[in-house]
Design a protein around this ligand. Structure first.
Ligand code: ARG
Length: 463
């Protein structure tokens, strides 16, 4: 029976190789290979800096750079042989580099550790995801703006408690999500600014005695500056938590919109028709067109929030600095990022394709006594009633309409006068939904004129 060989990277003090189960629990290569490009970028920056500082020779740095480019092309070309025995992406890359260029490969790890290496790689990866999330949010905002512009004056019911409240415009409803996504973008940007300090050169935890230039590597990797505390540099994962937090909130927004689309596309509402491209059929009920994309978007928050809770739980109570627990940071963050990007793209596709049913929206807007508030406001404005009395009188008129099985504009002037003698014919002007929304011109209100201003403002912002 042959003993498993020692690990080539750290096996110096070991007499035997790891148990198969040890290897299985220890290896992260199955998922952290997704950081290959970041790992190689970090190593290239580090090698160039070591040469610039005279820590390694220029010819070693050249060999390392060329070798790393070969490794990257092997990985991108799908020919690279990943090995679980080599644990993670860092050691897989370095081992292959050694096969390719020999001895200079062993000089690459001078003045750094896998601890600052993994923090650097993961930050670079998360930073890319923040940029992708921003782009995804903005693409969805643009699709919403197109909907809002087309339907700036289309009336629909506005809801509170999912009960008809007051008429609003389709454009206004679309623009509500533009605002939410704008804040999501802000959160990703804020988090990106805080993330953007380079941990590279913090080494294992204490810094290094080699005369490294951390500003140089930070700059090469697009960081604003190096991190200021080496312990914090290798122990920090709050950049990933911030990303997951922003992703969770964004996914919550998408989930709410998705739920509205599920409701709106039902036969009972018919507010929107989703395209065939973003719907599925039923294998048993031929009439069905299911809003599966919307339902899946509604659900994605589960795994995104799950990733946030999982990582927060992993990090909680960890003493400084690095602990292997932290290897559990990546897999679920990757999954959460994938889920968010997919949800954003699917929502963008659905919004681009969907058709609002203007007639159904208008019919629903006028039902459910949606202009009762307009009537009460009219009584205050034109008849001088205190709002509470106007509210009461309007309630009586709603009850009357309900008993007659009609809507407020269908009541006669005589009906109205029975309840309050001060009511005149003029009241009918405010009972129509178009007039109702047109009157709501306060800043941020639903009036088409205000909606169009917001569309223009956002077009400006999005460029
Ligand atoms: N694969 C490891 C991780 O993801 C890299 C860092 C390993 N560091 C160490 N001291 N064992 O966390």
């Amino acid at each position: 029976m042959t003993e498993k060989s020692q690990n080539a990277m750290w096996g110096g003090r070991f007499a035997a190789g790891p148990d198969a189960i040890m290897e299985a629990i220890n290896a992260s290569i199955a998922y952290d290979q997704r950081m290959a490009a970041q790992d190689i970028a970090g190593s290239r920056a580090h090698a160039a800096m070591l040469a610039a500082q005279g820590i390694i020779t220029d010819s070693d740095a050249d060999a390392i750079r060329e070798g790393l480019l070969t490794v990257l092309s092997e990985i991108e070309g799908g020919t690279f042989q990943f090995s679980a025995a080599l644990e993670d992406i860092h050691m897989n890359v370095e081992a292959r580099l050694k096969e390719l260029i020999g001895e200079p490969a062993g000089r690459l790890h001078t003045g750094r550790s896998r601890n600052d290496q993994v923090a650097t790689d993961f930050k670079l990866w998360v930073r890319d995801q923040m940029d992708a999330a921003i782009a995804g949010c903005e693409a969805l905002q643009r699709a919403l703006l197109t909907q809002a512009e087309a339907g700036a004056d289309w009336v629909m019911p506005g809801f509170t408690h999912l009960q008809t409240a007051q008429p609003v415009t389709w454009g206004h409803h679309m623009m509500a999500y533009v605002e939410m996504l704008g804040r999501d973008v802000g959160r990703f940007r804020d988090a990106r600014a805080r993330l953007n300090e380079s941990p590279l050169g913090a080494a294992a935890l204490a810094g290094t005695g080699f005369a490294i230039d951390r500003d140089m590597t930070a700059q090469a990797l697009g960081f604003d500056r190096p991190t200021a505390n080496s312990l914090d540099s290798v122990a920090d994962r709050d950049f990933a938590l911030e990303f997951l937090g922003a992703a969770t909130i964004c996914a919550m927004h998408l989930s709410r919109f998705a739920e509205e689309l599920v409701i709106w596309s039902s036969a009972q509402f018919r507010f929107v028709a989703l395209s065939d491209r973003f719907s599925t059929g039923s294998s048993i009920m031929p009439q069905k067109k299911n809003p599966d994309a919307a339902e899946l978007i509604r659900a994605k928050i589960g795994r995104i929030l799950g990733a946030q809770v999982a990582l927060l739980t992993v990090m909680k109570g960890l003493p400084l600095a690095y602990s292997k627990d932290m290897q559990e940071d990546k897999e679920q963050t990757f999954d959460a990022a994938d889920s968010l990007m997919l949800a954003l793209a699917a929502m963008e596709g659905m919004v681009k394709d969907m058709t609002a049913n203007r007639e159904s929206l208008a019919a629903a807007a006028g039902s459910g006594f949606s202009t009762a508030t307009d009537l009460a406001d009219w009584l205050v404005r034109e008849a001088g009633l205190p709002f509470r009395d106007a509210h009461h009188a309007t309630g009586a008129l709603v009850a009357l309409a309900e008993s007659k099985g009609c809507d407020l504009p269908d009541l006669t002037l005589a009906d109205m006068k029975d309840v309050n003698d001060a009511i005149t014919d003029d009241v009918f002007n405010v009972l129509g939904v178009d007039n109702s929304v047109a009157s709501r011109t306060s800043y941020g209100g639903t009036a088409p004129v205000r909606v169009r201003e917001q569309v223009a403002r956002w077009r400006d912002i999005l460029g």
